[in-house]
Design a protein around this ligand. Structure first.
Ligand SMILES: Nc1nc2c(c(=O)[nH]1)N[C@H]1C(S)=C(S)[C@@H](COP(=O)(O)OP(=O)(O)OC[C@H]3O[C@@H](n4cnc5c(=O)[nH]c(N)nc54)[C@H](O)[C@@H]3O)O[C@H]1N2
Ligand SMILES: Nc1nc2c(c(=O)[nH]1)N[C@H]1C(S)=C(S)[C@@H](COP(=O)(O)OP(=O)(O)OC[C@H]3O[C@@H](n4cnc5c(=O)[nH]c(N)nc54)[C@H](O)[C@@H]3O)O[C@H]1N2
Ligand code: SF4
Ligand SMILES: [Mo]
Length: 770
């Protein structure tokens, strides 16, 4: 590869400007490399996007790179069950040896793929997992799995139905709003999600500094809530009731706005308002835990603001009514006239077009089809091509036609991150073949026959595709690797192509990477040329392909930049951007600011209007109404994140692990007193799914009746190699979260608002239950 030759890094210290690939904030960093060692990481003050911001995770990139436990060679499992390093040739041969009999005997329908979160932050994977799932699918592989259904699937469903695209939704204009209502998000930890905004906490502080308000709706007084104008504790899983009651109040007080800029562009607002009739504040107060006067005031505060906007994230997705809650956030933004208006909810414009943005070819026709096929064991209907991620375990451990016997995991740790984790952990041990593309030997990859590691974040080039669709400005940035990888290391996109080749019948070692790459790239171009609402629609695929240079992800990104809004349109718009031009700007290019007035361009619904009403949404309202009558005295379990974690995989970085134990169960003093739990005491938490023992932390930052346990822990398991993480194991929250609890319309797993019990124990159990 060109970039491998272009780098000199031995000798004098060299400063590299890169974009941090660890979260959606996409900060620009300066990494100093001396004699092949990354010696410092700082924020890049010249970065056009992040202007010097960085957080402790980004600052630890050099520790991640130099982590002795990070895999630099493939591992295969030997006869005694131990993972031992082998050459790449031997690893590919072994992968072929274990996978081929499964495919030959049962077909590709006995193999599936799990794609984890870092895929979305890794150039080679984000651009080439499509080969694995696309070619695998063509060969008969059933649905693949992702943590999307423990994350933003409600947003994808709502985006698809209301705005026309599953990755199409407006973001709050943080820099101009005067009233932000935020539900189920904690950017003080996450740094923003489905909302890319560097230094997001600074931006929230700025709202208050200019006289505006930030209202945080969350069962926990997070650091975001503590620094807000107002914290509104809400009973987990009831945001949809609260939002309906706010809509009800706005209608009742005549505060629905019908601004001219939305005229003729919205369908169904009056219908939703009619549906809100049954959710008066007085009716939802008991269930939500928010009293009626407060609900009425929250509505009035929104109505009285000049530029109000409502934003929600994972706490309002991964809950019992995640789809309705997410839907109502956009309904309210419409009702407040905030959509597509400065200071409100605006549609970003991504500079790099991604194939992700087009409708999948099997969704051709107007609108979106759901439930096109069902899962074998549970009979779950697909939603946007996916089943709840907890289905994976039962598809593996339930015998019969179509049983999954081979699994490929790519940058995922579902043994920690998927609800029903205990069952999945057991199921993986029973697979005939498992291959993990992963950089550590951890709770999931320990089950693999072969582990194929990717490069570290400092060794690979980087360019984001998805997150610019959710960003406060249009930028484009390209990072070359700061440290050259060893010459024999394949890149992850090449690994993807080999595994894709295996599924379509070519032995893994024999895959012709160049031919596969061309085939895959041509396939994407062909599909985009056929599909409406892509910048390639109507063009000649052969001509498009012929214009492109290079190979792999760089060719793909070059295509995306050139056909993007600022691109050279593959030569038709001289002076427009190409990857070569972007590369000349290591601090990035800032191309456009968030603006309103884009609705007519961004809506791809059949009517080209915002379609607020769909049966998949409204059919769920009776289930919500039933929630009003439920009187549960149970404690409800919720999830949380920490600034110095990244889901399950940064616990092996010593710099991020300093300080007190973070995997604790937060409990309100009144609940602690009721259950005779002392601060620091070990308690057993149990649900219908499982039980763990964890240290209680008594704190009034929780609302009464709600417990909070972080996800991403449960290390210390035999057969893993992560010394630091294993010394701080914590417990696996997903041993507690029931696989069967889902938000019905979107297939999203419920990990917030799970009924649970607690009791103290005299004799402590081991801290890890795996
Ligand atoms: N209870 C509960 N469960 C949750 C959540 C919750 O809030 N509560 N959140 C959910 C959410 S939002 C998400 S996104 C998921 C995350 O779910 P997963 O994606 O399954 O889990 P991660 O912890 O992100 O695992 C990342 C894996 O990628 C590996 N890795 C890191 N970098 C690379 C790389 O560059 N290349 C490769 N090949 N591998 C790499 C790591 O070693 C690790 O094994 O968890 C979900 N689960
Ligand atoms: N440092 C760090 N950054 C991360 C990650 C990480 O693990 N660590 N993970 C990344 C990933 S994969 C994602 S998806 C994003 C997620 O980013 P965010 O959506 O900001 O996620 P959290 O920080 O988990 O905040 C969710 C909040 O929802 C609250 N909550 C729980 N139940 C309910 C409910 O029923 N209603 C309401 N209103 N609130 C509720 C919780 O108390 C919590 O404060 O973060 C990303 N960024
Ligand atoms: S906020 Fe931290 S983890 Fe996220 S991109 Fe910036 S430095 Fe990286
Ligand atoms: Mo996530």
């Amino acid at each position: 590869m060109v970039w491998r030759q272009g780098i000199t890094c031995y000798g004098a210290p060299v400063e590299h400007r890169i974009t941090c690939p660890l979260c959606e904030a996409m900060c620009g960093l300066r990494v100093t490399v001396e004699d092949g060692v990354a010696s410092s990481v700082r924020g890049n003050a010249d970065d056009v996007w992040s202007r010097g911001h960085l957080c402790p995770k980004g600052a630890s990139l050099q520790q991640i790179h130099h982590d002795p436990d990070r895999l630099r060679m493939p591992l295969v499992r030997n006869r005694s069950g131990e993972h031992v390093p082998v050459s790449w040739d031997d690893a590919f041969a072994e992968a072929e040896r274990v996978l081929r009999p499964v495919i030959d005997t049962y077909g590709a329908c006995a193999v599936t793929v799990y794609l984890g979160n870092p895929v979305a932050h890794n150039l080679g994977l984000e651009t080439y997992v499509g080969a694995l799932v696309g070619m695998g699918g063509a060969a008969g592989m059933p649905a693949y799995y992702t943590p999307g259904t423990v994350d933003q699937w409600p947003l994808n469903v709502v985006g698809a139905l209301l705005f026309g695209g599953m990755w199409n939704a407006p973001v709050p204009d943080l820099d101009r709003t005067d009233h932000l209502m935020m539900l189920g998000a904690n950017p003080s930890a996450s740094q923003g999600s489905m909302l890319s905004a560097p230094d997001i906490m600074g931006r929230l502080a700025a709202i208050r500094a200019r006289g505006g308000s930030v209202v945080v709706v969350d069962p926990r007084r997070t650091q975001t809530a503590a620094r807000a104008t107002e914290w509104v504790p809400v009973r987990p899983g009831t945001d949809a009731l609260l939002l309906f009651a706010i809509l009800h109040t706005l209608a009742e007080t005549g505060e629905l706005r019908r601004p001219a800029h939305l005229a003729g562009l919205v369908d169904g607002l009056d219908d939703v308002v009619a549906m809100a009739a049954q959710f008066a504040p007085e009716h939802v107060a008991a269930a939500t835990g928010v009293d009626a006067p407060t609900i009425r005031r929250l509505a009035a505060d929104l109505a009285n603001a000049d530029r109000p906007v409502v934003y929600s994230r994972i706490g309002t997705c991964t809950q019992e009514f995640g789809t309705l809650a997410t839907w109502l956030v956009f309904v309210l933004n419409v009702a407040l006239g905030s959509i597509d208006r400065p200071g409100g909810a605006l549609f970003p414009e991504a500079a790099v077009w991604s194939p992700m943005f087009m409708k999948p070819p099997d969704q051709n026709g107007p609108g979106w089809q759901f439930g096109r096929f069902r899962s074998r064991v549970r009979g779950a209907a697909e939603v946007l091509g996916q089943f709840p991620v907890s289905c994976l375990a039962e598809e593996i451990d339930t015998p019969g036609d179509g049983q999954i016997r081979g699994l490929i995991t790519v940058a995922g740790n579902p043994v920690i991150s998927a609800p029903g984790a205990g069952r999945l952990n057991a199921a993986l041990a029973g697979l005939d073949a498992m291959i993990s593309v992963d950089n550590w030997l951890n709770e999931t990859s320990r089950h693999a026959d072969v582990i194929l590691p990717g490069l570290s974040p400092l060794e690979r080039p980087h360019c984001d595709d998805l997150y610019w669709m959710y960003s406060l400005a249009a930028c484009v940035k390209w990072s070359d690797p700061a440290i050259p990888p060893q010459a024999d290391r394949p890149e992850e996109w090449e690994i993807m192509l080999r595994l894709a080749g295996a599924l379509v019948g070519t032995p893994i070692p024999d895959v012709d990477l160049r031919a596969m790459d061309d085939l895959y790239t041509q396939g994407i171009i062909y599909t985009a040329c056929q599909a409406a609402d892509t910048p390639l629609f109507g063009r000649d695929p052969a001509e498009v392909f012929a214009v492109l240079k290079g190979v792999g992800p760089e060719r793909m990104i070059d295509l995306g930049i050139r056909v993007g809004p600022w691109g050279d349109d593959l030569g038709r718009r001289p002076g427009g951007l190409t990857l070569d031009e972007v590369r000349r700007h290591p601090d990035g290019l800032r191309l456009g600011e968030l603006e309103g007035g884009r609705l007519a361009d961004v809506l791809t619904t059949p009517s080209r209007r915002i379609e607020l009403i769909h049966p998949i949404l409204t059919d769920d309202i009776p289930r919500l109404a039933d929630r009003l009558d439920r009187t549960d005295d149970d404690l409800l379990l919720t999830s949380r994140r920490h600034l110095r974690s990244n889901n399950s995989w940064l616990h092996n970085v010593s710099g991020l692990m300093r300080g007190k134990d973070r995997c604790t169960l937060l409990i309100h003093p009144a609940d602690a007193a009721r259950h005779a739990v002392a601060d620091g005491e070990l308690v057993e938490v149990s649900t219908t799914e499982g039980a763990v023992e964890v240290v209680a932390e008594v704190t009034d930052e929780m609302m009464p009746g709600v417990l909070s346990l972080p996800h991403g822990w449960g290390h210390g398991v035999d057969g893993t190699r992560m010394d630091i993480a294993n010394a701080h194991p914590g417990v696996n929250a997903n041993v507690l979260n029931p696989g069967a609890m889902i938000d019905v319309p979107s297939n999203t797993q419920v990990v917030n608002g799970v009924p649970c019990r607690i009791r103290t124990r005299r004799a402590p159990l081991p801290t890890s239950v795996l």
